[in-house]
Design a protein around this ligand. Structure first.
Ligand code: FAD
Length: 315
């Protein structure tokens, strides 16, 4: 019932302005959101960054926002990233060469969906951020959004990588096309975050069941581990986590040639356990006022997350 009925309904709510307004007004929503988002300000993000670094984790920081319909909002997002990167650049870890600091960007927050010249505006904005990050010793990964944006995003990433080869992106195992994309990006030596995928997608482009998505994930994992790039294995799933280690061993990968990634607030103990064992682990830390879409996607991922929220509403 959760996968076939509730999940698509919750993901549809992620795009509803009316539900967004109502939920954002509830104090209890904010209390539950805090589990997944450390705060709305840069200073809250910096506190979470320092705590994670102290625990031996690497970080990637997302200034929350998506589906921008206004060019000035896209410009404000660029400014927020430049300020964040400047603050991250003054952390001692920025000069360590260990690549522990990263930002994650969504191209639709940078203007990709604007009706006129969206792709060009998003690319220019992403390039401004990538240049500042390069200068500050901070990595950049371009997040994956719904399937209609994939071709445009991968074109922009290919173009950015010509000047900044360290710019990475995300491939979603639920999309039928992703094995081919993995082959291309593994050959070109890219940093690739592999995740299952978090949006509501039609069966024409995406595998419809968890079992098929997991099988696709494992096939993609092998392609990336075998290739020349830097695989970033983004999953909380114990089966995937074990398969990542086993496949890395099979292809004789050194521990610093790939990493695990997980989200802030999810399996925090497991993140620290893997890091203590010597694995590279990066935690994805989102911050900002535009937390609604991100939060609803987390509710759609796991019945326990939804139950936690509903119980808080009731009590
Ligand atoms: P699931 O399939 O959700 O869960 C599988 C199993 O994992 C569960 O059965 C359980 O055993 C375990 N598990 C999961 N959650 C918990 C928990 N809270 N506590 C205990 N056990 C748990 N999606 C995108 O579409 N685009 C992106 O750019 C993107 N970036 C991401 C970045 C990172 C770092 C991560 C971790 C995810 C990202 N995602 C992104 C989301 C991703 O696509 C999935 O929706 C999300 O990670 C859930 O899939 P999963 O592999 O973690 O496990």
């Amino acid at each position: 019932v959760f996968d076939n009925t509730l999940r698509p309904m919750i993901l549809a709510a992620a795009r509803s302005a009316r539900i967004k307004d109502s939920l954002q007004r509830l104090t209890v929503t904010r209390r539950v959101v805090e589990r997944f988002v450390p705060g709305e300000t840069r200073s809250a993000a910096l506190t979470a960054i320092r705590e994670s670094l102290d625990d031996g984790l690497s970080v990637t920081i997302d200034f929350l926002g998506e589906d921008t319909t206004d060019e000035s909002q896209a410009t404000a997002t660029v400014e927020a990233y430049l300020e964040l990167i400047a603050a991250m650049g003054s952390l001692p870890e920025s000069g360590s060469g260990a690549a522990r600091l990263e930002v994650s960007l969504k191209l639709t927050a940078l203007g990709q969906s604007l009706p006129e010249h969206g792709a060009k505006i998003a690319e220019e904005n992403a390039r401004t951020i990538a240049a500042a990050a390069h200068e500050a010793g901070v990595l950049v990964t371009v997040d994956a959004e719904d399937h209609t944006t994939v071709d445009g995003r991968l074109d922009i990433v290919r173009s950015l990588r010509r000047d900044f080869p360290e710019v990475g992106t995300v491939l979603q195992a639920y999309l039928r096309r992703t094995e081919d994309d993995c082959v291309e990006f593994a050959e070109s030596g890219a940093r690739i975050r592999l995740c299952k995928g978090a949006y509501a997608e039609p069966a024409s482009v995406a595998y419809p069941t968890r079992a098929l998505i997991d099988e696709s994930y494992l096939r993609c994992l092998r392609i990336l581990m075998k290739g020349n790039g830097y695989p970033m294995i983004a999953s909380h799933d114990p089966v995937i986590i074990d398969a990542a280690r086993a496949t890395a061993d099979e292809f004789d990968r050194a521990p610093d040639s790939w990493e695990h990634q997980m989200l802030y607030g999810i399996r925090a103990d497991e993140q620290r356990r893997l890091a203590a064992e010597g694995a590279r682990v990066r935690v994805y830390i989102p911050y900002g006022t535009e937390w609604y879409g991100y939060f609803v996607r987390r509710l759609a991922e796991k019945p326990a997350n939804l139950r936690f929220f509903l119980r808080s509403l009731a009590g």
